[in-house]
Design a protein around this ligand. Structure first.
Ligand code: AMP
Ligand code: MG
Length: 329
């Protein structure tokens, strides 16, 4: 069985083609970059980008997989959560393909897709998931029939915080990798540490970093301390979720999972607790069609009812624990 997955929750438009034994035949992604330098994502502009690129990416994905649309058994798309303008482009494209080629249409909750592709590639079984992307930061785990949020950011995602810090420091977008490099040459400067119960917040830390930059503190020190503080916060909440659930695995994923220092901190914590630590392969950490395709396959195979194209919708603000995960039952 082959599924074609369409991802369009935010800045990336991506098409992945995956088989039901977990082989990724292709995974073609094109990322929108704001036209104005120094700006963040402008939803309408990003949606325009997705519309312009979609046919070309489909062609590329099919060519790379060496198949045609008649070989595709299922079409899945990112249905939630995300930027409405962007989600609609994926929805309309998926509906168009499902109708034209008469294929079942499956809506996928994209955060759960990040978890499932991570489980596929790391062979982790029942992890606490430290999900650190641009727009989202959540500590998730499966409990009582649903993926549940044990902790999350109360304001912005950690990736977004890094990109905003990057703009303040004038180092461009996406800023994560540059902050990681600069941090290697930095030393400690005091920042607020903001864990509230199981939740996190990054915007106050960001403001303090901006203030320090204006006061001519070293950019390397700001990057180092930002990472040490935010990653320690993530590690603390992840550890508490492990303790609370009694699980024995941690899976790190989302774009920020590429960061070696974050990996190191979580790994040390896991070692101390006797838990196993997994990192999703970099290629599949970020938004991509492959994770939507793989999760669409799981849903379809385990009996999730396909959507009627005319009635299919997107759910920009849906929460993880509202989603039915038929394959986990
Ligand atoms: P996603 O939304 O999952 O595609 O993740 C995108 C985010 O990952 C952006 O905010 C990037 O700044 C961030 N990112 C990418 N590489 C790194 C890195 N090495 N360290 C920290 N953040 C990173
Ligand atoms: Mg994502």
């Amino acid at each position: 069985m082959i599924c074609l997955g369409i991802e369009s929750t935010a800045h990336s438009f991506s098409i992945g083609i995956v088989t039901d034994n977990g082989e990724v035949l292709s995974n073609e992604t094109d990322m929108y970059k704001p036209k104005k330098q120094g700006w963040g994502i402008i939803p309408m502009e990003a949606a325009e980008h997705h519309k312009e690129i979609k046919d070309e990416l489909l062609k590329q994905a099919l060519e790379k997989a060496n198949i045609s649309m008649k070989d595709v058994d299922i079409i899945s798309f990112s249905q939630a959560p995300g930027l409405p303008h962007c989600l609609y482009v994926g929805l309309e494209f998926a509906k168009e393909l499902a109708k034209k080629y008469k294929k079942p249409l499956i809506g996928v909750y994209h955060l759960i897709a990040h978890i499932e592709i991570g489980k596929l590639f790391t062979k982790s079984n029942d992890p606490i998931v430290t999900f650190t992307s641009g727009a989202n930061t959540q500590i998730l785990g499966f409990a009582e029939g649903k993926y549940r949020q044990f902790g999350e950011t109360n304001d912005i995602g950690i990736g977004n915080a890094m990109d905003k810090l990057g703009r303040e420091l004038g180092i461009g977008f996406p800023a994560g990798p540059k902050i990681e490099e600069l941090a290697k040459k930095g030393s400690w400067t005091e920042l607020p540490y903001t864990v509230k119960g199981m939740d996190l917040s990054f915007s106050g830390i960001l403001s303090e970093c901006a203030r320090k930059f204006k006061n001519k503190e070293k950019i390397e020190d700001i990057c180092f301390s930002f990472q040490e503080t935010c990653f320690a916060m993530l590690t603390e909440v992840t550890e508490r979720a492990l303790a609370h659930t009694g699980k024995s695995e941690v899976l790190l994923t989302g774009g920020v999972a590429a960061n070696k220092r974050l990996q190191e901190m979580l790994e040390i914590m896991c070692k101390e607790r006797g838990a196993k630590f997994f990192v999703c392969p970099r290629e599949y950490c970020g938004d991509c069609g492959a994770n939507i395709a793989w999760t669409g396959l799981l849903a379809y195979k385990f009996g999730q009812k396909p959507l009627e194209p005319e009635k299919a919708e997107v759910y920009p603000r849906q929460r993880t624990d509202e989603v039915d995960v038929v394959w986990m039952k």
